[in-house]
Design a protein around this ligand. Structure first.
Ligand SMILES: C[S@@+](CC[C@H](N)C(=O)[O-])C[C@H]1O[C@@H](n2cnc3c(N)ncnc32)[C@H](O)[C@@H]1O
Length: 253
């Protein structure tokens, strides 16, 4: 098991720190909309919907979504943000186990598979396949280990941000190191919330994220029985083994 951040506590801050004020997933979503449009996709299951970064964009583009996440608080935020959209069904559950039906496409975006260890990742691939129609598409992304071994990692090694939410100044400092033996990124973070009157509230945590080379991803997709495997860089750009921060995989059942 890998440790995860406390998403229950982080849910209300997630969009501000991770989605750059809600706009972060725009390019990913346009890639998905184009890919799904070309392939005649109508129904999509989002296995780690978080606060809805892809779910909401895809629902607005007219796809019928089933959106799930392990963390109920993350789902609550996504539900709140998408009240007016009638084409989303929300659920809570583990992406490695849940069977929601069969869909034209399945997604798991923004490094969500990094929360799974390698054995659980293979379980996820098999479960995603089980949730897809014949010929259905699986799309996921994950940081590229080969690029993380280079100076590109420096961009990820340290983050320090401050935002004001409901009259509280929230500061977030995150430090990452690369564990080459385990191919994991080890993260320590400190969040501090202050309202200027009371004692600042602080919480710190340590967690890990499993990352992969593109060869490993292709091997695991083959092992799970996927075909037509294509590897892209972030948001569908051409993939470069040392220069692409992320691996975006598209595969067919
Ligand atoms: C980095 S967030 C990505 C969320 C969203 N896709 C986005 O782009 O913002 C990772 C999410 O994965 C979820 N998660 C972690 N392990 C999971 C599991 N086993 N099954 C389903 N969701 C999981 C977390 O609760 C969290 O919401």
């Amino acid at each position: 098991m890998l440790n995860q951040p406390d998403y229950t506590r982080y849910a209300e801050y997630y969009d501000f720190f991770e989605l750059a004020g809600f706009s972060e997933s725009k390019n990913t979503n346009s890639f998905l909309v184009d890919l799904f449009g070309i392939n005649g996709v109508q129904t999509v299951v989002d296995f780690a919907c978080g606060t809805g970064a892809q779910t909401i964009g895809l629902a607005k583009a007219g796809f019928k979504l089933t959106a799930s996440d392990l963390n109920p608080e993350m789902v609550k935020v996504a539900q709140k943000k998408s009240k007016r959209l009638k084409n989303i069904t929300f659920c809570c559950g583990d992406m490695c186990r849940e069977k929601y039906g069969t869909f034209d496409a399945a997604i798991c975006m923004f490094n969500a598979i990094g929360h799974l260890n390698r054995a659980a990742f293979l379980k996820f691939l098999l479960n995603a396949k089980n949730n897809l129609n014949a010929g259905g598409l699986l799309v996921f992304d994950i940081l590229n280990y080969e690029a993380m071994k280079t100076s590109i990692f420096e961009e990820y090694a340290h983050m320090s941000k401050e935002v004001i939410i409901k009259d509280h100044l929230i500061s977030h400092v995150r430090n990452c190191t690369l564990n080459k033996r385990k191919k994991q990124i080890e993260i320590s973070s400190l969040i501090c919330s202050q309202d200027g009157t009371h004692k600042p509230e602080k919480w710190s945590e340590n967690w890990q994220m499993q990352i992969y080379t593109s060869d490993q991803i292709v091997r695991l997709l083959n092992k799970a029985g996927f075909k037509e495997i294509h590897i892209f860089g972030l948001n569908g750009t051409p993939f470069n083994n040392e220069l692409s921060d992320s691996i975006l995989a598209v595969a067919q059942k």
